[in-house]
Design a protein around this ligand. Sequence first.
Ligand code: NAP
Length: 321
Amino acid sequence: MTVHKVMILGTGPAGLTAAIYAARANLHPVIVEGNEPGGQLTLTTEVENFPGFPEGIMGPELMDNMRKQAEHFGASFVNGWVSGVDLSQRPFTVKVNEVDEYQAEALIVSTGASAKMLGIPGEAEMVGRGVSTCATCDAYFFRNKKVVVVGGGDSALEEATFLTKHAAEVTIVHRRSELRASKVMQDRARSNPKIKWALNVNPVSVQSDGKRVTGLEVKDNATGESRVLTTDGVFVAIGHRPNTDFLQATLDLDAIGYIRTRGVTTATSVAGVFACGDVMDPHYRQAITAAGSGCKAALDVEKFLEGAATLDWSTSTVAHA
Ligand code: NAP
């Protein structure tokens, strides 16, 4: 079996930036695309805060550009998702789509994070029939209808604001009275006449007629009483969880499942395995920080394959040559 120098798992901004750097370093990276090629930015519209695009750029276009840039320098792509890894010895083994096996001297894990669900009755059954985690993808289906958005962070308010372009009314449902979202997002949402608020309530169940969503049952935290918000759609925007299930505890993860990296490096608990982007970053979670950490991962891999002369992988220190 061919042993690749480096395989990169995931094609968001972290993975593709790692691919560009690794390809330019003649490491001939092989990148596994994953379930959501291009990552979360392919689910957004305009990206206004990625440096270098004064007029903004559409998320899918930005990711397409990054992919073309990686291909231009010789990166190759495998269509599929990583179903398992064997990190017990080098070269490491990567299983794709549960059947195909690949081997590599070093790995960069950049599998990102996925939308969290509420886990309430009715929710899973109605995904795609009124329950959604992506306003950008599904807002169009709710033209002139009533929808709710669950969550009080930036994502929820961004989704709600976007939904007002299509929906007649958007109600933000949040479990506390205070929002977590940034002030600018709050101001934008509060000044939007189409946005209503249901604060300090917890979602209890998604109601439907069997075919479509008809309502969201919520419990008022102050009074303890339940009521049903009539709605055609429920957009869940309560954050994300890292995509690390396939690792099956082969790497050191935190309590939530984010990969722990060492100090300022992208090194993980296994020598030769590096992590970047949202899969190891529960804090910043921006496209640009993911891209930056992808660059670091490729540079770390390069050093590692050279013999790791300047990096002490076992501690959090980086020796500057
Ligand atoms: P987040 O900041 O973690 O917010 C998640 C929200 O969902 C919180 O309000 C949380 O409530 C609520 N929530 C969590 N679990 C829940 C549950 N089981 N039931 C009901 N509500 C639940 O996640 P995010 O909004 O996705 O943002 C993630 C990061 O990306 C943040 O750093 C954010 O600033 C950034 N972001 C930035 C932009 C932008 O600048 N354009 C856009 C989107 C995201 P509590 O508040 O009570 O915990």
